[in-house]
Write a protein of this length. Structure first.
Length: 285
């Protein structure tokens, strides 16, 4: 299958291009710079010059493809919606896979799935109208699918690093918020890349949370990372206000208490995460 992908030079994008090619697909990938073009080219994709604001480029590339995977993060909800619209117009009745995230559900109060009510922190509240608009295309003959990854780890993860290496953290200790008892719905980047590949065969209007099925506490994660950093056991609690001062609004997302099951993706797509011990992976660094 010929797939057009945005965000190919990014964290999830590089893993997803590798997975798509490994499964026999051919890939064109949006590249807004020479460095990005070089990166996706080295992975085996054909670069398409442009950015998310170049709607004509997105539309034309999607029209050449049999499926689209939209991974790139727009600056605003309006920009993401415009890009999604151009991509969906171009792909027509082909599969369009859109990227969301589990943070939109807020605290889950137990193990949740894709039917949980939305209760997003402000930093991701903009996703709701975008995903609603994306999924409505199914009513007009489109084939939209939404993948909602959990908190990603593995490889060069800049998002999780932002929390644990935030400027101003106490020297020589790994921080966590409050008592660290809140659970994180983790997923390895290589596993979520396989979910994007599997989602190419999903039915129109489907939504899948991408989680590994293991939900350690933030304190457990901090302990694992302290061992990886050679400072075993040196962790420190910070308040949510302190976290906000260091990181901004995204701190509220890291403070969420979330547990999710990947049962729907397993049952409908045959997706089986292979990284089932995130603490061991994190401890290895």
């Amino acid at each position: 299958m010929k797939v057009f992908l945005t965000g190919g030079s990014g964290y999830i994008g590089k893993a997803t291009i590798a997975a798509l090619i490994r499964h026999g697909h051919t890939v064109e990938a949006l590249a807004r710079s020479e460095d990005a073009a070089r990166t996706v080219g080295e992975l085996g994709a054909v670069p398409v010059t442009g950015g998310l604001g170049d709607l004509d480029v997105l539309n034309a590339a999607a029209a050449r493809a049999e499926a689209v995977v939209h991974l790139a993060q727009a600056d605003t909800g309006e920009a993401d919606l415009a890009a999604a619209g151009a991509l969906q117009d171009g792909i027509g009745s082909g599969t369009y896979v859109h990227t969301g995230g589990t943070w939109v559900y807020g605290d889950t109060d137990g193990v949740a799935d894709e039917t949980a009510p939305w209760n997003p922190p402000p930093v991701v509240a903009w996703r709701h109208p975008v995903e609603e608009a994306v999924l409505r295309r199914a009513e007009r003959g489109g084939r939209p699918v939404v993948v909602q990854p959990g908190l990603l780890y593995g490889g060069e993860n800049r998002l999780i690093d932002l929390f644990f290496t935030a400027p101003g953290r106490q020297a020589g200790a790994i921080p966590y918020i409050g008592d660290g008892g809140n659970q994180w719905a983790l997923v390895h980047v290589d596993d979520v890349a396989e979910l994007y590949v599997a989602a190419l065969g999903a039915p129109a209007g489907a939504v899948y949370v991408g989680v590994g099925g293991v939900n350690p506490t933030a304190r457990q994660v901090a302990l694992a990372l302290s061992r990886a950093a050679g400072i075993a056991g040196k962790i420190v609690s910070i308040s949510l206000d302190e976290a906000r001062e260091r990181m901004g609004a995204i701190a509220d997302a890291f403070a969420l208490d979330q547990r999710f099951t990947p049962a729907r993706a397993r049952t409908e797509l045959g997706w089986t995460p292979v990284h089932t011990d995130p603490l061991a992976d994190l401890e290895r660094g």
